[in-house]
Design a protein around this ligand. Sequence first.
Ligand code: ATP
Ligand code: MG
Length: 451
Amino acid sequence: MEKDKLLIVEDDEDVRKQMKWALNKDYQVLLAEDRSSAMSLVKQESPSVITLDLGLPPYPADTQEGFATLSEIQEHAKAKVIVITGRVEKEHALRAIGLGAYDYFYKPIQIDELKVVLQRAFHIHRLEEEQLNLQKKLQNEDSFEGMLGASPQIQEVFAVIRKVATTDVSILITGESGTGKELVARAMHRLSSRKDEPFVVINCGAIPENLLESELFGHEKGAFTGAHMQKKGRVEAAQGGTLFLDEIGELPMALQVKLLRFLQEQKFERVGGRKQISIDVRVLAATNRDLKQRMEEGRFREDLYHRISVVTIALPPLREREGDILLLANAFLQKFSHELNKKVSGFSQPAVNALLSHSWTGNIRELENSIKRAVIMAEGRKISPADLEISGNHNGNGNLTLKEAREQIERALIIETLALCKDNITKTSKKLGISRPTLYELMDKLGISKK
Ligand SMILES: Nc1ncnc2c1ncn2[C@@H]1O[C@H](COP(=O)(O)OP(=O)(O)OP(=O)(O)O)[C@@H](O)[C@H]1O
Ligand SMILES: [Mg+2]
């Protein structure tokens, strides 16, 4: 493996040589004696960590050249800078920290102590790089309108959304609870020409049946006891925009008729009113119910079903989305550790196994909540299975032999890692800590296809 690059900026030749001699074994040591030689190495070699003597020529007795070098480094690089200064000049050290230096160190240099500081600096730098790479990755191809996912299953959904978002057809979004149905509806609105008009949600399952009609269509003054004033409904509020009928499977039969009429004619009357009101809205509907079964039971109208499901988008459950569990888990970890200001950098291997073998019946919502909780509970830098509180709720693992359970976890882990490494076998085997031939062997044995 290539050694990490360390740049030593020091005008005293003896000190420079001593430091190089002491650190050469652990790092690829680069040497500079002044600002210009330091800057050209920073640009050419991108060292991860830099030690910077504040007293540099042409003013070796002063700190102004050192500070100038510090700020120039920071304009060009994300390297961690450790400032080296005399013990009596503590205020310089603190000023350097205020200007963004990572740490300071007093002369004369105690190499053993410096080694510890350097190790930590390289470690932090590595973590920051990983975070940055992950963030970049998440911003690129694996996210679409705020929805994350690299699996073929979800990419296919993204492709359908791209195709239909700009049309005005009614779309039915199906999927288990927490799979992102509302997120999809909002994305479709944002991508449509109606994006500057309202997006109005009505949850058909959350409003009592006797209020639902007036909630949807509004009412005239005196339409029923308590109707003291005329009131517009959600349909009218959505004029020009998108109306999202959430949990449409819960809509009572009587209202299904009225809704169908409205969808066919784009006209309706307020409750207790005679006047026909014309409206232009795009309708999206969602359900986590099996509407076909509800039709068979006579609880959902077939004509309405056909009207709202010109196109159906079926969101896959999280457990079927190859590679997405870890992708989403890492994204949520990043988000919550930032929001909650906790320094948690990843998952322990057992925690990864727990994430991969959990059944996630609450899908992305459950994953999101579980990671949030884990970030709050975590005491170390890595999240443990206990922090996640999901063990014991496995994919019916109770009946498996040890061998079967092991294979199941191995299989899931390999599929996830392949997806994360974009099917690059070398990277995947490195990440998994096994050789390439072993990885090929395992893939063969576990029936994982090569791409
Ligand atoms: N692809 C995704 N990337 C990131 N976050 C997601 C994704 N899909 C869903 N979420 C998040 O998961 C949570 C649940 O999503 P949403 O409310 O859209 O699900 P739903 O299918 O409408 O659930 P329910 O049936 O329970 O209403 C939300 O916090 C949402 O932001
Ligand atoms: Mg929802």
